[in-house]
Design a protein around this ligand. Structure first.
Ligand code: AHR
Ligand code: AHR
Length: 502
């Protein structure tokens, strides 16, 4: 059985089921997600390898070979059509044209399930998915409520008690931040903040703006609008524990008067209950005012500051029992999520000293160097000054934010590293912050034009080292910045990595 078969047996069926990694019903053979490639704008749908199975990642790899791919749609597996697509502007604009959010890179979050490769949805700040016109998702609408889950009694009906809902999601416990808001779940149909209680979504991260749990985070909390709740009060609820596992199962459920947060390691063991009890004791959160849109990676008002990685998740009709959720957790554990390599192409070895030669026809004598903090390309030869040779030479160290990737330390300025800031590359001293470490971590892959490597930003997998007018950026293949221009993208992001000059 799949997770949604288990929820159905428990009397709380899935009304939305999203995953780029696997089918969530044992009989599901349809499309899991759609990708769009940069070379010609063509799209293809990725299905499971077999009924109920793992996504056909090889089909994505071959469709996306030698170009970039974005995840355009995450299909709903329930048959209700609750697909997730590029989120539109709301209370806040996204970074793309017309205020839309960014789409996720198709290859940003590789994993294996029972040894088979699949890709999750890597959400960078600015990335988001949404569906504002859903079918069967819990709302305040009594008509929708009654069609799906008859209210307990006529008193419920007359008092407008709100439809119960359950959710779980499998996430990357090591990819998070404090921005608002890495969410999956129920939000406003207008993409605007319409008041307390108008959302009920899973939140994951270490935001301290509203609620917190014990330790330093990250925490699973409930985004109920104008508040991330870790328990019955705003602020600290110590029973909500810091998450430490690489893969996380996060559960939030709500019904009239009651709600709960549960969670655990998605790769082993069982769920803990971090909160179960009364709805928040702040005005506006009881009764619920759920509106029934679905968000992924953003806040209800399209706040786009958060990051995280989503592998699979569902929303149910009805309040699932703990027993049902426990069997879903067993199913997730049996799927055997595991990490896999984040890099490809020629090896760039930790401890080596390297240079990066441009491969675009204009510029094949130019190497990545720096002038003060600005990273650029300069013509470097064996007869260049030793200062220039040093400025074009880099020591490869283990990735400051993720040792599966690498960082590049300046040979002439020890303790300073190549990092991106506002998507321009700079050489800056390591200030020890998590933000610096992430901005200075890069995951090399095979060069998009067939030469050398493309050096993608760990935190922005759509973006790789690119020279543009001889200055260095992390650029996407098309986008709103001039340096994101699609023309000559593959050449501009491909570098022959050789021995250092000095
Ligand atoms: O509740 C936290 C956030 O507050 C919501 O996600 C967003 O809509 C609002 O800014
Ligand atoms: O380069 C993009 C972002 O710009 C970095 O992650 C951040 O440090 C800055 O705001």
């Amino acid at each position: 059985a799949g997770p949604c078969d288990l929820y159905a047996s428990g009397g709380t069926p899935c009304v939305a089921a999203h995953s780029t990694t696997r089918a969530l019903f044992s009989a599901f053979t349809g499309s899991l997600y759609q990708v769009k490639r940069g070379s010609d704008g063509a799209t293809t749908n990725i299905a499971p390898l077999s009924a109920g199975g793992v996504a056909n990642a090889a089909a994505q790899d071959s469709f996306c070979a030698s170009t970039t791919c974005l995840i355009t749609t995450i299909f709903d597996q329930t048959g209700r059509g609750n697909h997730l697509t590029q989120a539109p502007p709301g209370g806040f604009n996204g970074p793309e044209a017309n205020g839309f959010d960014n789409l996720a890179a198709a290859d940003g979050a590789p994993v294996t399930l029972n040894g088979q490769k699949a890709y999750g949805v890597f959400i960078s700040p600015g990335t988001g998915y949404r569906n504002d016109a859903t079918n069967g998702i819990a709302t305040v609408s009594l008509l929708t409520c009654h069609t799906l889950t008859p209210c307990a009694d006529s008193d419920d009906y007359l008092q407008g008690r709100r439809c119960p809902q359950g959710m779980y999601a499998v996430l990357d416990g090591t990819h998070f931040n404090g921005g608002c808001c890495f969410d999956y779940g129920n939000a406003e149909t207008s993409a605007h903040d319409t008041g307390n209680g108008h959302m009920e979504a899973i939140y994951f991260g270490n935001s301290r703006t509203w609620g917190t749990g014990s330790g330093n985070g990250p925490w699973i909390m409930a985004d109920l609008e104008n508040g991330l709740f870790s328990g019955v009060t705003t602020g600290l609820n110590s029973a909500d524990q810091t998450i430490t596992s690489r893969f996380v199962t996060a559960v939030v459920k709500g019904e009239p008067g009651t709600w709960a947060i549960r969670g655990g390691n998605a790769a082993s063991g069982s769920l803990s209950t971090f909160y179960s009890g009364a709805r928040p004791n702040v005005a506006g959160y009881n009764p619920m005012h759920k509106e029934g849109a679905i968000i992924l990676g953003i806040g209800g008002d399209n706040s786009v500051g958060a990051q995280g990685t989503f592998y699979e998740g569902v929303m149910t009709s009805g309040y699932p029992s703990d027993a049902t959720e426990n069997s879903v957790q067993s199913n997730v554990v049996a799927a055997k999520y595991a990490t896999t390599s984040l890099t490809s192409g020629p090896a760039i070895s930790v401890g080596s000293a390297v240079s990066f030669r441009a491969t675009t026809a204009c510029c094949t004598t130019r190497f990545i160097a720096h002038t003060g903090t600005a990273v650029n390309t300069q013509v470097v030869t064996s007869s260049s000054t030793s200062a220039l040779k040093l400025s074009a030479s880099w020591t490869v160290v283990a990735g400051l934010a993720n040792s599966a990737c690498v960082s590049f330390e300046s040979r002439d300025t020890a303790g300073s590293f190549i990092r991106h800031f506002n998507f321009a590359l700079l050489v800056n001293a390591n200030d020890g912050t998590q933000q610096f470490k992430e901005d200075a971590t890069f995951c090399p892959k095979a060069g998009l034009n067939g030469q050398g490597n493309s050096i993608r930003a760990w935190g922005y997998p759509t973006r790789s080292f690119r020279h543009f007018n001889n200055n260095l950026f992390v650029a996407s293949n098309g986008g709103v910045n001039t340096f994101d221009a699609a023309a000559s993208y593959n050449d501009d992001v491909s570098w022959v990595v050789g021995a250092a000059f000095a």
